[in-house]
Ligand binder design. Structure first.
Ligand SMILES: C=CC1=C(C)c2cc3[nH]c(cc4nc(cc5[nH]c(cc1n2)c(C)c5CCC(=O)O)C(CCC(=O)O)=C4C)c(C)c3C=C
Ligand SMILES: [Fe+2]
Ligand SMILES: [Fe+2]
Length: 319
């Protein structure tokens, strides 16, 4: 008889090993070579990536990483490790952390679970809103790992959790803490990572999943349409991405009389370069220079107890 031994694979994007140009280059090369992320034909993309993007972007982005680096490493990895530990402490099954790009690799995580005798793999990509560029890339990564296996586990793949009540409740609590600490702002901005508009046109339901989260959270908070706004950050490359863009929106708000904002990035399950630097530093500057008077960034859920509760619910209801 084949017995049932579940194990959890937590997955996130991944991050460089060090805030140095060489380590950032290694990371970006792997990340930006994934056709799920950049789908330009290889013959055209390869010379652009290696000849222009990597040499120019790596040293610049390494400085940004250095500005948010923590004692224990890159914020994304530090928070992801804490999430893994907290979840493992709540479950009587093994929990491993694997990253789509960089370390710890997906393969190291799957190998360690299989070595512990896991027969049912519960895969939880920590992206609340599905996108082909993130969640489907996890799927692809897993199939590559399995390509070298003679036996496969049962696999339960959690597509996303954009409106999971535990997720919405945890976000709501984080917003209420911020309102209590700093006062209610003129506007609550929910900034999601963008994708090329074309991906959505071709069938990625990511924008709708972001809308689903934004609507559920606004409703839970009892905020009306003039009190919340959804925007998209982290544009890359030349083609149009999802709009409205976070940076342009923030630059225009003070002129419309919106002087105090609080901003959150509900699509990031852990704080990282894109929240700690891009939102909390860069976009703060944009807003304040445009005439804003008060700006607060509401942290990601990271290893908040309610966030871990939600993960427990997501993985234990998989039977
Ligand atoms: C090139 C296209 C990119 C797509 C499409 C994309 C989608 C996407 N990304 C996240 C989450 C994260 N992205 C992060 C960093 C990051 N993203 C891109 C590019 C695309 N992302 C780049 C090049 C980088 C690296 C930094 C830089 O060079 O600007 C991170 C943070 C990683 C960290 O180390 O802190 C996260 C998390 C989502 C959710 C998403 C689609 C929905
Ligand atoms: Fe990204
Ligand atoms: Fe960015």
């Amino acid at each position: 008889m084949r017995h049932d031994k579940p194990g959890v694979l937590l997955v996130n994007l991944g991050t460089p090993d060090a805030p140095t140009p060489a380590a950032v280059k290694r990371y970006l090369k792997q990340f930006l070579s994934d056709p799920r992320v950049v789908d330009t034909p290889r013959w055209l993309w390869w010379p652009i990536l290696n000849g222009a993007i990597l040499p120019i972007r790596s040293p610049r982005v390494a400085k940004l990483y250095a500005s948010v680096w923590m004692d224990d490493g890159s914020p994304l990895l530090v928070y992801s490790k804490r999430q893994r530990e907290a979840l493992a402490a709540r479950l009587d099954m093994p929990v491993a952390l694997g990253m789509s790009y960089g370390n710890p690799s997906l393969k190291s995580a799957v190998d360690s679970l299989m070595a512990q005798g896991v027969t049912r793999l519960i895969v939880l990509p920590l992206y609340p809103q599905f996108s082909c560029s993130t969640v489907a890339a996890v799927w692809d990564g897993l199939t590559k790992v399995f390509a070298s296996y003679r036996s496969l586990p049962d696999v339960q793949f959690i597509r996303d959790y954009a409106t999971h009540p535990g997720y919405i409740d945890a976000l709501k609590a984080s917003v209420e803490r911020s309102f209590a600490a700093h006062g209610k702002p003129d506007l609550l901005v929910m900034s999601f990572h963008g994708i090329p508009q074309r991906f959505a046109d071709e069938g990625d339901d990511y924008p709708q999943r972001c809308r689903d989260t934004a609507d559920a959270l606004a409703e839970a908070l009892g905020l009306g349409p003039t009190e919340v706004m959804m925007t998209f950050q982290s544009r890359f490359g030349r083609e149009p991405w999802l709009t409205p863009y976070t940076d342009e929106t923030l630059k225009g708000l003070p002129a419309k009389g919106v002087k105090h904002i609080q901003i959150m990035s509900p699509g990031f399950s852990a704080d990282c370069l894109e929240t700690l630097e891009e939102i909390s530093e860069q976009n703060r500057e944009f807003f304040m220079h445009a005439g804003g008077t008060q700006f607060e960034y509401i942290p990601a859920l990271n290893d908040d107890a309610e966030h871990i509760d939600m993960m427990v619910d997501l993985v234990t209801r998989q039977r």
